[in-house]
Design a protein around this ligand. Structure first.
Ligand SMILES: C[S@@+](CC[C@H](N)C(=O)[O-])C[C@H]1O[C@@H](n2cnc3c(N)ncnc32)[C@H](O)[C@@H]1O
Length: 173
């Protein structure tokens, strides 16, 4: 019987880990490195004082790519298996931090300057509200790079292929 087979339970566990996140956000689909390299040269040029947050950081590839050029990178990831992989692969990069956390209920670091979001259309409005609330809380603009689903309610500062760059302003009191 399948339930006596350890491979069944391993497979079941993996499906569960990767499957449950779709109720809270985008499923795991990594951004290809070549596209990231292009986006960070043509769309937004990183500065040494930038603090980048990856919303749903997957295996941590975005953070590892940008970390040598910025102050620090923080990823929020819901899937414990991906958090483990991300921490393992990023262990030599001391300005990379992967947090096992649900982005929707997390407080962004006060010094965040850039957010990277490979999101799905369903979540865009919620993401925009969350980022506006965070920009208002920290009292500064936040640059947001979206990949895939863009923010329909805002005009992008720039576009490059499937990437868009936006500025989220704090709400006026
Ligand atoms: C489309 S993938 C992007 C991965 C990575 N940012 C990249 O571009 O390669 C989305 C990731 O977000 C994670 N995720 C989905 N909902 C989340 C939530 N509410 N909080 C934190 N991570 C979430 C998924 O587990 C998945 O790894």
């Amino acid at each position: 019987m399948a339930t006596n087979n350890p491979w069944f339970w391993l497979f079941f566990g993996v499906v569960l880990l990767f499957g449950f996140v779709v109720f809270r956000g985008a499923p795991y689909v990594p951004t290809q490195r070549k596209y990231l390299i292009a986006a960070f040269s043509k769309l937004y040029v990183l500065q040494p004082n930038d603090v980048l947050v990856d919303v749903g950081s997957g295996d941590g590839r975005v953070m590892r790519l940008v970390a040598p050029r910025i102050k620090r990178a923080i990823g929020y990831e819901l899937n414990p298996a991906l958090v483990f992989i991300s921490k393992l692969l990023s262990r030599k990069q001391h300005n990379v931090e992967t947090r096992l956390a649900d982005f929707w209920v997390a407080k962004l670091p006060d010094d965040v300057t850039v957010v990277y979001a490979f999101s799905v259309s369903r979540d865009v409005r919620k993401l925009t509200e969350k980022l506006k609330a965070e920009a208002t809380r920290i009292g500064r603009d936040i640059k947001v790079i979206t990949y895939g689903a863009g923010i329909d309610s805002l005009k992008p500062d720039k576009s490059y292929q499937a990437f868009k760059l936006y500025t989220i302003h704090p709400l006026q009191a």
